[in-house]
Each structure stands twice: as C-alpha cells, then as structure tokens.
Write a protein that binds this ligand. Structure first.
Ligand code: SF4
Length: 405
C-alpha cells in the first residue's frame, strides 16, 4: 500500500469518527453534513479515492445548474464564442428548453459536442398537483435521484393578479423545528441551484409568470447557502425569469453565520427570520437551533445585517395556542424588536397529523396584533391557506412523511 493510500485511509477514518460523534451528540441538527451540505461522508469517501460521486457528476453536467458566467466559461472551453452562452441560458430559463437539441441558435455541431460530452438539461418530474378551493396550488416533484420536494403557488388579489411561489431548497430539513412537518422528514440532501430554479421555471410554464419568490418551502436556505445564492442570481437575471430582487425573500430559522454572510452580498433580496417566540426558553422547545443561536446573539447578527444593508427585516411568528400567544408574549416581542427596522408577520398555526400543537384562536391573534400595533410594531396576519391540500406554512411533506421515512 502506498503512503498516499495510507494517508487517505487515516483522513477518512478521522472524519468518520468525528461524524459519528457529532451524530451521537445531536441526532438531528449539527452534524458535519450541516457544515458541508450534501451527504458529506459519501462524498468524502468518493473524493478520497479519486472518484466524483454520481450526485456531483450530475450537478456538473446539468446546464440548468449553471449561471450565465459559468455557461460562458463552458462555451469558450468548447471553442465557441462567449455570446452563445446567453442563448443557452435564455432558452433554458426563459423559453423552457428541455433538450439541448432545442437550443436552435447553436450550430448542430456545437449542440452535438455538448451532448457527446454528457451535458443535459434537468427536468422536474411532477408526481402530483393539488389544487385548494382557495386557489393555492401545491406541486409534488420527484428529482432525478428520487428525492421528493414540494412547491406552493399562492394566488392573491384580483383574479390571478399576484402569484407568489414558495420554493424548497433542500430535500427534508436538518433543523428539526417541532411545529413543522418538513422537520420530521429525514434529511436527504441540498438541492442544486438548477433544481431550485427548476421549480420557478416549471410553475411559470404551467400557471403563468410568477411575481414573487419566497424561500420558505422545505429546507433552511442558510444551510444550502451557496446554491441558494446561485439560484437567486439565475432567477433574477434578465435573460431568464427576470424576477426583481425586491420580489424575492429568503427566510431563515436564525442561522447566524448565514445572516452575517447574507449581509455582505449587497443584494436587495428581503430577509425574513422565523422567530416564533421572544423567549429563549420557549423558542428552544420548538426550534432545535435556538440552543445554538440564542436570541441575544441572533439579535446582534440582525443588527449587524441592518447596519450593513439598511434593510428592513421581517419576523415570522407562528401563533401556537398556550405556548407563545399571551399578552405578555406580545409585550416581550415589542421589547425585543425595539430599535430594529422590522415588521412582524403573525401566522395562524397549521397543525398536521402527529403534531402536539394547536393554533391560537382568532380572538387571541387579534389581541396579540392589537398590542403590537398600539406599540408601533407594523404587523400583518397570514391566515391559513391551502389547508385542504396541506400546502400551508409548516405542512410541506405532511402528506407523505409515512410513505418516505
Ligand atoms: S420550519 Fe423551516 S427550518 Fe424549521 S424544520 Fe421546517 S423547513 Fe426546516
């Protein structure tokens, strides 16, 4: 055995031990996968032995998973002119090309070269589409490797006037929030930027142009940071769907490292924080991350973000009966937000099977709202939508938890 092989085995063994140890310390949340994204151990093993795992190979070859700049490099690598990349990008993201053969501005020879090299355009496999009487539509997709995700389209305002798409960024979620059905699914993997954008492209082709995109579906965006940022670049690009940054929101359960990085991006994209309580003790009962990121540190990070960006932050607050919905909880929230440029979105809690929590009554929500408003906190209430199809906030994955895990 060569020295190189012995070194590889030692490195892999150390990593495996650390990984198992971190799994034992906290089954759900902070494994090494958390730091590295897609199935860390299998990737590390494959890389250690000089092979790229199938999932990374597929990501590399998917043209939908490439930003315009990456496509320009690719095209030039094949001896083509840089401007051809714009045709590829625009055909995929604006004209919904699913085959390289359909990108007609490329010469036949050039298309053939790409196909022979193994490039392809990934597609979203629709498993089922559910429509709620209130107009909400939920899409259940199956990705190339069998991972299932859900995407929700909410149509509000005058007939068909405003379409907001709630997209997923991970298969399952590592954060394990107790009130959320997705948190109960086994985490599968991070989605690629192509798979994130693919949700927007599919729904726009099926239901017409999307006005707003919110990263509030399955998964924690800050836990798949790089792919989420690449997907924003692609969704926002004028050669693609051209959705303005101010029409995009990313929501985090409070991953401080992600908020700090996001503040440096110089984007106009909105930031939302899933808060759900102004007390660490209550928050840690429903959100595993609260132990790692206490409110004092979370607030400090948000203040840092606002200092850099001067942007308002939205705080999401699920109203759960008897847990976080008292008058004193409302007053604690007023105190917590003092000095911040913030607004609050109260969410009527959406229970799902096997969940111990119940929604607050509408009267309770109103009293809570009154306290916030009389104390100068701008607040909106999001009442349940998409209830019959389990498409409401915190319910994604609820229909197939048992079937998959
Ligand atoms: S609320 Fe968001 S972060 Fe928490 S488990 Fe659900 S998807 Fe993950």
């Amino acid at each position: 055995m060569t020295n190189k092989a012995i070194a590889r085995i030692i490195v892999v063994s150390i990593i495996l031990i650390l990984h198992l140890q971190s799994k034992v310390q906290n089954e759900r949340a902070y494994t090494l996968d958390y730091a590295f994204g897609v199935d860390f151990v299998s990737i590390l093993l494959a890389l250690s032995f000089g092979k790229k795992p199938a999932i990374l190979r597929a990501m590399d070859m998917d043209l939908k998973n490439k930003t315009l700049k990456e496509l320009e490099e690719l095209v030039m690598g094949f001896g083509g002119k840089k401007y051809l990349a714009r045709y590829i990008f625009s055909f995929i993201h604006s004209q919904d090309a699913v085959e390289i053969e359909n990108i007609s501005p490329l010469s036949k020879d050039f298309r053939q070269k790409l196909i022979e090299a193994g490039y392809y355009i990934s597609t979203m496999g629709l498993v089922e589409k559910f429509v709620d009487p209130d107009g909400t539509v939920k899409f259940l997709f199956e990705l190339g490797d069998g991972v299932r995700i859900e995407t929700v389209l909410m149509v509000t305002g005058a007939p068909q006037s405003r379409k907001t798409l709630c997209i997923s960024c991970q298969g399952g979620c590592r954060m394990g929030c107790a009130f959320c059905a997705t948190g109960k699914l086994k985490y599968k993997r991070n989605l690629t930027a192509g798979e994130i954008v693919g949700q927007v492209n599919y729904v726009a082709a099926d239901c017409g142009a999307v006005n707003n995109v919110v990263y509030m579906g399955m998964g924690e965006p800050m836990d798949n940071y790089d792919e989420v940022m690449r997907s924003i670049e692609m969704i926002n690009h004028h050669a693609g769907k051209n959705i303005g940054q101010r029409h995009i929101t990313i929501s985090t359960c409070g991953v401080i490292e992600g908020i700090d990085r996001f503040g440096d991006e110089k984007l106009q994209v909105h930031l939302a924080i899933s808060l759900h309580s102004s007390r660490d003790q209550v928050r840690s009962k429903i959100m595993a991350v609260a132990g790692k990121y206490p409110l004092r540190e979370l607030l400090c990070s948000i203040k840092g973000y606002q200092k850099k960006t001067k942007r308002r932050v939205m705080f999401e607050y699920c109203m759960i009966k008897g847990l976080n919905d008292s008058d004193s909880d409302a007053k604690a929230l007023v105190t917590l937000l003092k000095g911040l440029n913030a607004n609050v979105n109260l969410i009527e809690y959406n229970p799902h099977d096997g969940c111990e929590f119940q929604p607050s009554s509408r009267n309770r929500i109103q009293s809570f709202l009154d306290i916030l408003m009389t104390n100068g906190v701008e607040t909106t209430v999001r009442y349940k939508r998409g209830q019959t199809i389990k498409a409401a906030c915190g319910q994604l994955g609820a229909t197939w938890i048992d079937k998959c895990d």
